[in-house]
Design a protein around this ligand. Structure first.
Ligand SMILES: [Zn+2]
Ligand SMILES: [Zn+2]
Length: 327
């Protein structure tokens, strides 16, 4: 699913050189960020060059699907539609029965639920299509709300990726600050303090980048959420912090909770980062996955060092629930 970014300028149809007609069709399609049927695209293209035939448009669409520039979507109304897949991850759709427009979202919570059910059924999934039919806010109220229209999807995607990363940093900062405050072992405390400082620093960098995005598009804040990642948006370290808050956690256990949170966070950002098409959102996720990996390694090293200092290595542990740090 993780295809390398196609360089549109270098794409050539199999068995032929690129014609200017194909260029025109390709450009018309890429400029338009909606979900076009072949006939919609034909109408668009005809406005620019009435000499282009329907068959050429159809053929070019098929070629674009093969080249990874377009994705076929089916909204169940008997017409195939096509959307750009360039710099745009696979997503779910809300489809309005009145105006037939669709709005896009991606939900890690829905996906984990599907994964969970699939695992219970021992079903190997390849692709999940989620389509929700109803009436959109514009049709219900007559208002015109800011949408994920032409040209903004990529920025919205970057905005959302950054929001999730920021939420994770904040929850990480809270976790490490609390862990540092309750750790008795000076070296362990220093590790937590260092991680809290790093989270603080990364948070500052991300917030700056976020502000820069808003300068480019002042409406960006009000556009609908594309990455609807509820669990992660509340902070992947929130559960860990709750555990620390309950009390009765010793130094080794605090490190283990940190290891679990970092591992979860690393896996989450890596999984989605690798899945996303090449984009700023992807880059943010992959950079973040690397940072979390470095934190994870640091915590594992500290866990082992503390075990050695405490002389607990090799002895049967009294608290079986503590488990072992693994990757
Ligand atoms: Zn509508
Ligand atoms: Zn779509």
């Amino acid at each position: 699913m993780n295809r390398p970014l196609p360089d549109i300028s270098s794409l050539k149809p199999v068995g032929g050189k690129r014609s200017s007609k194909r260029d025109l069709i390709l450009n018309a399609f890429v400029r338009q960020e909606g979900h076009l049927s072949a006939d919609d695209l034909y109408d668009l293209v005809r406005k620019e060059d009435p000499g282009i035939g329907r068959a050429t448009v159809y053929r070019t669409l098929q070629w674009m699907v093969g080249a990874g520039v377009a994705r076929k979507v089916d909204f169940g109304d008997g017409r195939s539609r096509f959307e750009p897949s360039y710099r745009h991850p696979r997503h779910f759709h809300f489809i309005c029965n009145t105006c037939h427009r669709s709005s896009e979202f991606l939900s890690s919570d829905i996906e984990s639920l599907i994964d969970e059910i699939a695992a219970a059924r021992e079903f190997a999934t390849t692709q999940a299509v989620v389509q929700v039919f109803g009436e959109c806010v514009d049709c219900r109220t007559g208002r015109r709300t800011p949408s994920l229209e032409h040209g903004v999807t990529e920025r919205v995607f970057a905005r959302d990726a950054m929001r999730i990363a920021i939420a994770t940093e904040r929850s990480g900062l809270e976790f490490y600050t609390r862990a540092a405050g309750m750790t008795r072992d000076p070296q362990g405390r220093a590790v937590f303090e260092r991680l809290a400082e790093e989270e603080q620093e990364h948070l500052g960098t991300l917030e700056k980048r976020y502000a820069e995005l808003l300068v480019d598009d002042p409406d960006l804040e009000t556009r609908p959420t594309f990455l609807f990642f509820k669990g992660p948006a509340h902070g992947l370290f929130a559960d860990g912090t709750a555990e620390l808050r309950k009390g009765g956690v010793n130094d080794l256990q605090a490190l283990l909770i940190g290891i679990r949170c970092e591992r979860g966070s690393h896996r989450f950002f890596k999984r989605y980062g690798e899945r996303f098409e090449d984009s700023e959102g992807k880059q943010i996720f992959l950079e973040f996955a690397d940072e979390e990996r470095a934190h994870l390694d640091l915590l594992i090293r500290e866990y082992r060092a503390l075990q050695t200092r405490l002389g607990t290595v090799g002895r049967p542990r009294r608290r079986a629930a503590a488990g072992r740090p693994t990757r």
